[in-house]
Design a binder for this molecule. Structure first.
Ligand SMILES: *Cc1c(COP(=O)(O)O)cnc(C)c1O
Length: 241
């Protein structure tokens, strides 16, 4: 079935606007836009949106719930996509996620790393994992629930655990900015954690930071991967689940 032309046009415009924001932020930070990769976050969106994004050349796709990601990845298996799992992950979902994900951004404990590695190995796959770092300054759940992530002080050790698993590749770090306050110091902190980890693992260069509302701050603080949902596909409405 051909794509809905209006939807294609809308996503194309959104993509052009997002790229303009990325270019402007890179110019300000004196960075090459080629060093900033774009991941389209397609949660709550139909597989058809994934197809439209691919037709526009965007083949890096992010999802935060296995229940939604697994069928969407299966429905688009004919496309050559790279799937990024970006949400909090229970260990009992490791088998499913390891079967379709290429990159897991949200590894925040050694037990999860081991489960993902063992499941990937059993499936004959290799998984790139990022250490999710908590930037809230308090890793306990806030009123709006936990955001996930390891304490910055514990991130290097978790990176070592990932790197030593045969089936895992340590890709770098990931974080979500605190809900309130200035994202610049938070992303600055993430950059420092990245430097510490790169001292021991020089190839772990990915810094996954920056969403629709804070991509400029992320780029100015060294992000290499942006995870954009609303900016590309429109508002999702009230958050559920
Ligand atoms: C939903 C989500 C995003 C995208 O957020 P937008 O504000 O829609 O750009 C990025 N990262 C994570 C972890 C998410 O859950």
């Amino acid at each position: 079935m051909p794509h809905d032309p209006a939807r294609v046009e809308r996503i194309k415009e959104n993509l052009a606007q997002a790229r303009a924001r990325i270019d402007a932020a890179c110019a300000k930070a004196d960075r090459d836009p080629a060093g900033v990769s774009l991941i389209a976050v397609t949660k709550t969106r139909p597989a058809e949106d994934v197809r439209i994004l691919a037709s526009l050349g965007l083949t890096d796709v992010g999802e935060n719930r296995d229940q939604e990601a697994a069928p969407k990845a299966a429905a688009t298996a004919d496309l050559d996509l790279t799937w990024h799992f970006i949400g909090q992950l229970q260990t009992n979902k490791a088998r499913s996620v390891a079967s379709y994900a290429d990159v897991v951004h949200s590894v925040d404990r050694a037990r999860l790393a081991r489960a993902l590695g063992d499941r990937a190995e059993a499936a004959g796959r290799r998984l790139t994992c990022l250490v999710q770092v908590n930037l809230d300054g308090d890793s306990r759940a806030g009123v709006l629930g936990p955001r996930g992530g390891v304490d910055p002080a514990d991130a290097p050790e978790l990176a070592d655990r990932i790197a030593e698993h045969e089936a895992l590749e340590l890709g770098g770090v990931m974080a979500v900015a605190p809900r309130e306050g200035d994202p610049y110091p938070a992303f600055g902190r993430l950059y420092e954690v990245s430097c510490l980890i790169r001292d021991r693992h020089p190839r772990a260069t990915a810094i996954s930071a920056g969403m629709s509302s804070d991509l400029e701050a992320a780029i100015e603080r060294g992000a290499t991967h942006l995870r954009l949902g609303a900016a590309l596909l429109g508002d999702r409405g009230p958050i559920v689940g």
